[in-house]
Write a protein that binds this ligand. Structure first.
Ligand SMILES: CC(C)(COP(=O)(O)OP(=O)(O)OC[C@H]1O[C@@H](n2cnc3c(N)ncnc32)[C@H](O)[C@@H]1OP(=O)(O)O)[C@@H](O)C(=O)NCCC(=O)NCCS
Length: 290
């Protein structure tokens, strides 16, 4: 069956609630309130296929990538066969018509990424997944001379965002909303800071969901890199996650991030062969343009 734009409609905001039971499966939204708040303030839109019975049977959900109003991300896709391509195309074309410069997917498994490649998407980032079995803490203090390690408090938020903006490139940089989401994404969370001469030098965020631990985010100020701060933050975080009951700790990073991959290998993480991919499309002459 073929679908054209005529068969696809934009869902009015008052109907977003009825999509929650489907959307919650994505694990992207912590709860219904987070979902509705995202839809309201981050350019959230849903396109669904008309005449397919239940409105939630074939649909695509898109919204801004973090704080980037000019990058639209596809957060959820539900449908089969040709309907999937039609929904993605429609969401991308309407985003480009709205002035967006780039349309990206969330990180996809390799099989799903191939499907997007067949629709003209290109890999934007390749992400390496790493895992490490927990071991009893080695009893080492994991310190760095002149560096103080403390717990995050709300008053440190702006300083963390400022450091993050310097440590990561524009695409990966955190905005306040995403920082809060990352720092509360697990059932138990931990947020550590490293301070040197009264100034923030680095931070690490992690958490556990039952037996699984996650090193979610790690950043060291440019000027403070190469002094052991990233390693000390990670080791402290890993020891705490193990003490919180994590049997396995997971982390991921971009394929081209040699410093992080080397650090994680030094910490005993092993790389999983399969990659995650963020796929992207720009407006072009193939009928997906503005
Ligand atoms: C990755 C990062 C956190 C490392 O922090 P750091 O404090 O500079 O690292 P450390 O001084 O503790 O180094 C520990 C180990 O990391 C690895 N490493 C650190 N910098 C490296 C570099 N530039 N090249 C290669 N390996 C590097 C090495 O294995 C090093 O061990 P060694 O000193 O025995 O060789 C830091 O470079 C950073 O913030 N980068 C930008 C943000 C980022 O990429 N975050 C992690 C990805 S999600």
């Amino acid at each position: 069956m073929r679908y054209d734009a005529e068969g696809i409609e934009e869902v009015p905001p008052e109907s977003f609630k009825s999509f929650w039971l489907e959307v919650k499966r994505s694990y992207f939204f912590r709860n219904k309130q987070h979902y509705l708040e995202f839809m309201r303030s981050c350019g959230g839109r849903i396109y669904s296929l008309r005449g397919t019975g239940r409105s939630t049977s074939h649909f695509v959900l898109v919204g801004n990538w973090r704080s980037h109003g000019d990058v639209t991300a596809l957060w959820y896709l539900k449908g089969h066969g040709e309907a999937r391509r039609a929904l993605v195309r429609e969401a991308a074309v309407r985003s480009f018509q709205g002035g967006v410069a780039l349309f990206v997917t969330r990180p996809l498994g390799e099989g799903e990424a191939e499907e997007f490649a067949a629709w003209g998407f290109m890999p934007l980032y390749r992400i390496v997944l790493l895992e490490r079995r927990s071991r009893p803490p080695d009893g080492e203090p994991h310190g760095v001379k002149g560096v103080e390690f403390i717990r995050f408090r709300k008053r440190h938020r702006e300083e963390v965002l400022e450091l993050d903006a310097g440590a990561f490139d524009a695409f990966w940089r955190l905005d306040a909303r995403t920082l809060d989401a990352v720092a509360s994404s697990c059932s138990r969370n931990l947020f550590l800071l490293a301070r040197e001469n009264g100034r923030l030098a680095g931070y690490a965020i992690g958490g556990t969901n039952g037996r699984f631990g996650y090193l979610q985010r790690l950043g060291v100020r440019d000027a403070c890199q190469g002094k052991g701060i990233g390693e000390a933050l990670s080791r402290r975080l890993i020891d705490s996650l193990s003490a919180m009951g994590a049997g396995v700790i997971c982390v991921n990073t971009q394929e081209e991030n040699g410093a992080a991959r080397s650090l994680y290998r030094k910490l005993g993480f092993e790389e999983i062969p399969e990659r995650r991919l963020i796929m992207s499309r720009k407006p072009d002459s193939m009928g997906w343009g503005r």
